[in-house]
Design a protein. Structure first.
Lengths: 295, 265
C-alpha cells in the first residue's frame, strides 16, 4: 500500500496527477461533441497544428500557452470556416490546414534548433515539466469548457444533432461551431504538456466512444465521458509512474483497455436493442385509402 | 389588411443558386403562404423543392428577388428522416425539447417544460415513449416525434420536407391525418412530396415546381397532363376516382429515351 502511495510524496507527481485527471475529464467532455459531429480526426489534426504554435512560441520566447493557444485557435477557426463552405469536406480541410501547420512547426525546429521545451515532451507528453501554473491553466480551461457546455448545452446539442433545423429554430450554428472549435483548441493547448500532440486525439475519442456504448441519452453520455476521461487520466498517471512509461501512452492504453472491456460487455445489449427496435416497426398495409383534406 | 389576412410569407421573383456551379436551383419563383393554408410542393428530384423550403426559412442566400415574412413569424421545419443521424444518443423527450433553445439556459428542463413535452407527446400518441432512443421508434412515430419538436415551438407555419418518404401506406395515412388535424387547428403547412396520388392529390393546394413554378392551384386544376409534362418532362395520364385526380405514368421506351436525352446521359 505504501508503495502505491509513495509517488504522492513528490510535488511533480501530484501536479501531474491533477493535470492528467482534469485534462482527461476535459477531453472526455469536449470529445463527445467531436465524436458526434463525426470529426474525430480534428483532434488529431488540431493537436498537430498546435505543434506549429508550440515551435513558434519556443523560438520567439513567448509564453507557450499564449503562442500555441493563438496558433491553435487560428487553425481551428480556419478549419471551421473552410468546412462551412461545404465545397471541401471536413476531412480534407483538416488535412490541409493542420498538416501544413505541423510541417511548419517541424521546419522551424529544423532551421532554428530545438529551443525551449523538449521536442519529445511536446510529441509524447511528460509530467516532469508540469508546474503549479500549468495545473492552474488546465483547471481554468476546464472551468471555461464546463461553463460553455453548461450554459450553451441546448444550442450545442441542437447544432450537433441537426444543424439545418437548429439554424431555422434560431440557433446560430456558425457561432456555436466557432465556440466549440475555440474550446477544443484551448483544451488541446492546455493538455498538450501531459498527453503530447500525438496522443491527444485518443483522449478525445476514447471516453466519448466508451460512454456512447453505455447510454442512449446525450446528457448521460456527457457525464459518463467526463468521468471516464478523468478515471483514465488518474489511473493512467499512476500506472505511468509504477511502470516507468511516459504518461501520454499509459493514459491512452488505460482508455483503450476500458474500451475493449466495454465493447465486449455491451455487444449482447446492442443486439437486444436492435431486436427491440424490430418489434416496434409498424406493419405495412395496402388496403386503406388516404384521407382527403380538401377544404 | 388585418393580421389574420396578411400573408405569412411572400416570395417575389426569387432566384437562388448554390456555389456548386450546377446552375440556379430556383428561377423567378413567386409564392404566397396565407394563414391556415395547406400547400404541397411537387416536382422531380433536383427541382428545387427543398431549396424552396430553405428560402422560406431564410437559410439560403438569394441571387435575386425578395422574401417578405410577417413580423415575428414563428416557422418550424421538419427534415427528411433520411437525413437524420439515428445513431445519435438522444431520447425522444430530449429530441423534442431541442425546440426550446432560447430563454432557459440550464441543461435540464423546468417542470413547466417537462409538462409541455409530455403534453405534446401525448397529443401525438407518443406519451409512453419519451425515454426511448429515437432509433427505437417506427417510421410513423419518428415522423410524429419531429412534428412534436416542431409544435413545441408553437409555430404559425410548419414546413415538412418529404414527410412520407420511405414509409408504408398506413404510416402515410397517419401522417396525413395528423397534418390535417393540425391544419384544422389553424396551422399553415407547406410540405414537399414525390407522392402525387398518395399525398398531393389529397391536399387543398398544390405547387408544381421544376426550378420555376409551373402550376399552382387545386389538385384538379394542377394535376393535368400538360402541367405534369412541363414539370416532369414525361407524359402522364390523369384519371378521376371519387372526385380526385389519379396520375398514371405512361411508361413507354420512347419516353425513357426522351428523358435521357433531356438529362444528357
Amino acid at each position: 500500500m505504501s508503495e502505491l502511495l509513495r509517488p504522492f510524496e513528490f510535488e511533480f507527481f501530484r501536479n501531474g496527477l491533477m493535470v492528467a485527471t482534469v485534462a482527461g475529464a476535459l477531453c472526455g467532455l469536449i470529445g463527445v461533441y467531436v465524436v458526434l459531429k463525426g470529426m474525430s480526426y480534428i483532434g488529431h489534426g488540431l493537436s498537430h497544428a498546435i505543434f506549429g504554435g508550440f515551435a513558434a512560441s519556443a523560438l520567439l520566447g513567448v509564453n507557450f500557452l499564449l503562442g500555441a493557444g493563438v496558433w491553435g485557435v487560428a487553425s481551428a477557426l480556419m478549419v471551421n470556416g473552410v468546412t462551412r463552405r461545404r465545397v471541401i469536406g471536413a476531412d480534407a480541410a483538416i488535412g490541409v490546414i493542420t498538416t501544413a501547420s505541423f510541417a511548419l512547426g517541424l521546419a522551424l525546429f529544423a532551421v532554428f534548433g530545438r529551443a525551449g521545451r523538449s521536442f519529445d515532451a511536446a510529441l509524447f507528453g511528460s509530467i516532469l515539466g508540469v508546474s503549479t501554473a500549468d495545473v492552474w491553466a488546465v483547471v481554468a480551461v476546464a472551468a471555461v469548457a464546463a461553463a460553455v457546455v453548461f450554459f450553451a448545452y441546448r444550442p450545442l446539442l441542437f447544432a450537433t444533432f441537426d444543424p439545418d433545423v437548429a439554424e431555422v429554430s434560431g440557433v446560430s450554428t456558425s457561432r456555436i461551431d466557432a465556440l466549440l472549435m475555440l474550446v477544443l483548441a484551448l483544451s488541446i493547448v492546455a493538455t498538450m504538456q501531459v498527453l503530447g500532440v500525438t496522443l491527444i486525439a485518443a483522449t478525445l475519442v476514447i471516453p466519448a466512444t466508451v460512454a456512447r456504448m453505455l447510454t442512449n441519452s446525450f446528457g448521460r453520455m456527457l457525464v459518463l465521458a467526463t468521468g471516464i476521461g478523468a478515471l483514465c487520466g488518474f489511473f493512467g498517471m499512476n500506472l505511468s509512474y509504477h511502470l516507468d512509461v511516459q504518461s501520454g501512452p499509459t493514459i491512452v492504453l488505460v482508455g483503450a483497455a476500458l474500451f475493449a472491456v466495454v465493447f465486449a460487455a455491451t455487444g449482447v445489449r446492442g443486439r437486444r436493442r436492435v431486436a427491440h427496435f424490430d418489434a416496434h416497426a409498424a406493419p405495412a398495409t395496402l388496403t386503406a385509402t388516404g384521407p382527403a383534406v380538401h377544404r | 389588411m388585418s393580421r389574420a389576412e396578411q400573408a405569412l410569407v411572400e416570395l417575389r421573383h426569387v432566384t437562388c443558386a448554390y456555389r456548386t456551379g450546377d446552375g440556379p436551383a430556383l428561377v423567378d419563383v413567386d409564392l404566397e403562404v396565407a394563414p391556415g393554408q395547406f400547400t404541397g410542393v411537387v416536382g422531380p428530384s433536383g427541382s428545387g423543392k427543398t431549396t424552396l423550403l430553405r428560402v422560406v426559412t431564410g437559410t439560403v442566400p438569394l441571387s435575386a428577388g425578395s422574401v417578405v415574412r410577417r413580423r415575428g413569424l414563428r416557422v418550424a421545419y421538419v427534415p427528411q428522416v433520411e437525413t437524420v443521424n439515428w445513431s445519435f444518443p438522444v431520447t425522444v423527450a430530449e429530441c423534442v425539447l431541442m425546440a426550446r433553445t432560447s430563454g432557459r439556459r440550464l441543461p435540464w428542463p423546468s417542470r413547466a417544460e417537462r409538462a409541455e413535452v409530455a403534453a405534446v407527446l401525448d397529443r401525438l400518441e407518443l406519451g409512453d415513449l419519451g425515454e426511448r432512443h429515437i432509433r427505437e421508434l417506427s417510421g410513423g412515430q419518428q415522423q410524429r416525434m419531429f412534428v412534436a419538436r416542431a409544435l413545441l415551438g408553437r409555430p404559425e407555419l410548419l414546413l415538412l420536407d418529404e414527410p412520407t418518404s420511405g414509409v408504408d401506406v398506413r404510416t402515410r395515412h397517419e401522417v396525413l391525418h395528423l397534418l390535417d388535424d393540425l391544419n384544422g387547428d389553424g396551422l399553415a403547412i407547406v410540405l414537399t412530396t414525390h407522392d402525387l396520388n398518395g399525398i398531393a392529390a389529397h391536399l387543398p393546394h398544390l405547387v408544381c415546381l421544376n426550378k420555376q413554378v409551373l402550376g399552382s392551384g387545386a389538385p384538379r386544376d394542377v394535376l393535368t397532363p400538360a402541367v405534369l409534362e412541363r414539370t416532369y418532362g414525361s407524359t402522364m395520364d390523369v384519371l378521376e376516382h371519387g372526385g380526385m385526380p389519379i396520375v398514371v405514368d405512361q411508361y413507354q421506351p420512347s419516353n425513357v429515351v426522351k428523358m435521357r436525352r433531356a438529362s444528357g446521359s
